[in-house]
Design a protein around this ligand. Structure first.
Ligand code: ADP
Length: 490
């Protein structure tokens, strides 16, 4: 069954082309028929017209003069091959013919009858002879000076050879029409095949990709350099992206599982040590160490779970922001204070000059912004080796009075240029050696966007990384533009 694009093409385009070709063929047939018939008429007319020169000036009793002049005329008639000529007496009987064959009296001559009645003395006839042969004839009556008929000359042409020529020309026209239509159908079907076939294959491949068989995209042929080619490229890129995302997701799950297992192992190990050791035999130092490991690792677990919960909320659009006018400097000071110990544990110098200035407020959710600061500072510490430096600064300059910037620079491993554009994507980790889920920056970037701010990263491998957070300062009426309880969609 014909369906899809082929059916649409047949209904829309082919039917129009078919109609046009049929119209052209019919018009050409009509034109050819007219031209052939008209040429016969013209010949008959031309012959009749010259008669006025031959037969003229007859007196009332000049029938005999006419007959002898007509005989001369018929004998010397030079178009005998094209047409027959006959001389008719006033009684309507054929007296002389160029063929020598006198038609029977029953043979009707409507043009002669008409010519007698007409003022100009001409009449034309087209029809079939009593023998069934198609013919065309024209008669001109010859009158004397008293307008009495002295006779008539009738030219007659058999239409049989002309009709067979018309038939031949018509057949050629129809044949050309059929050939044209066949060519249109063949080229159209080939063209449609070149579209439908790859699309059909592509939709099969897409179905396989949807089932999770990403290798199916390798079978996509890149034969065409057009829209179909673009579609093939788009599907194969989509498959690659899906595969990467799938891979990143799987890595993410195994990474998170690993991250959860490490503190759990430490907690379990210390708890078992404390339980197994006989009461009172565990010295105070070991007990304190065990407890601090348990507390620290539990806090780490809580952090990971919080991050996962946040990510879950973001994915499902359930995260709400509680916005208010806030002092960003105070919030950042506190975060630095919180992370000082973590930096010194990691052997990283955290440089930050506390600033007593009072900056204009911004409008945002303090907890979520603190989360952004922690993520950025934590990354800076995490990706900076022992002995390295992390420097943080809050900038409010007169040159840019509408924004407050927080700049965190580290002297860590840096990010390769090919990874830099992707580090803000969810699950993306450029550095697989250091722990982390790969969702921190994605969450931070989204939170910054929601505050109408931005998170920019500049980095060079071996040089270090600079993260700049830009916040617009609070403007009167901003509450209306940034309503509370916004949902974040990642
Ligand atoms: P992660 O949990 O892996 O730190 P993030 O989303 O916070 O995930 O960061 C994504 C990736 O960006 C990291 O895996 C790391 O490769 C890179 N990155 C982020 N911050 C820094 C930094 N300060 N120095 C070097 N690399 C960084």
């Amino acid at each position: 069954m014909i369906r899809g694009i082929t059916k649409r093409w047949m209904l829309n385009t082919l039917s129009v082309i078919f109609t046009i070709i049929v119209l052209i063929v019919v018009s050409l047939i009509l034109i050819v028929t007219y031209v052939f018939q008209n040429s016969v008429e013209t010949q008959l007319n031309a012959a009749c017209n010259e008669l006025s020169l031959v037969f003229s000036g007859y007196t009332s009793d000049s029938y005999n003069d006419f007959t002898s002049a007509a005989r001369d005329y018929v004998e010397n008639f030079d178009q005998k091959e094209k047409m027959g000529v006959m001389v008719i007496n006033p009684a309507g009987r054929v007296v002389i013919t160029s063929t020598g064959f006198v038609p029977s009296e029953s043979e009707k001559m409507p043009d002669f009858e008409d010519a007698k009645k007409r003022k100009d003395g001409y009449a034309f006839w087209s029809g079939k002879l009593s023998s069934g042969e198609p013919a065309m004839s024209e008669t001109r009556v010859i009158t004397n000076e008293n307008d009495a008929i002295v006779g008539a000359i009738r030219y007659i042409v058999s239409m049989e050879p002309i009709n067979s020529r018309i038939l031949l020309a018509d057949s050629a026209i129809i044949l050309i029409g059929v050939i044209m239509l066949t060519l249109v159908v063949i080229s159209g079907l080939l063209f449609i095949r070149s579209i439908v076939k790859p699309i059909r294959r592509l939709s099969e491949t897409a179905a396989q990709i949807a089932q999770g068989d990403f290798s199916a995209s390798e079978k996509i042929e890149h034969k065409y350099d057009d829209e179909i080619g673009d579609l093939c490229k788009a599907v194969s890129n989509m498959a690659k992206d899906l595969q990467t995302t799938e891979q990143m997701k799987n890595d993410f799950i195994s990474r998170v599982s690993h991250e959860l297992r490490t503190p759990l192992t430490a907690i379990k190990g210390w708890a078992e040590t404390m339980q197994l050791s006989e009461r009172g035999t565990l010295d105070r130092r070991t007990f304190d160490r065990g407890m601090s490991v348990i507390i620290k690792e539990s806090a780490r677990l809580t952090g990971i779970v919080e991050e996962l919960l946040d990510f879950g909320r973001i994915q499902s659009g359930r995260m709400v922001l509680i916005n208010e006018k806030m002092d960003i400097l105070a919030e950042f000071d506190e975060t630095i204070y919180m992370l000082k110990e973590r930096a010194s544990e990691a052997g990283v110098h955290l440089l930050y000059d506390e600033d007593d200035s009072i900056y204009p407020p911004i409008y945002g959710d303090r907890n979520r912004l603190r989360q952004v600061f922690i993520n950025v500072l934590d990354n800076a510490i995490k990706y900076t080796p022992k002995g390295g430096v992390v420097a943080a600064q809050v900038i409010y300059s007169k040159d840019e009075p509408d924004v407050i910037k927080i700049v965190v620079t580290d002297s860590g491993c840096g990010i390769a240029p090919e990874d830099l554009p992707r580090v803000k994507e969810k699950f993306y980790k450029a550095n697989q050696k250091v722990g982390g889920s790969g969702i921190g920056l994605a969450v931070a970037d989204e939170i910054m966007n929601l505050h109408h701010g931005s998170l920019n990263i500049e980095s060079g491998v071996g040089v270090g990384t600079t993260v700049t957070l830009t916040f617009p300062i609070y403007k009167e009426g901003q509450e209306k533009q940034m309503p509370e309880n916004q949902n974040i969609k990642l």
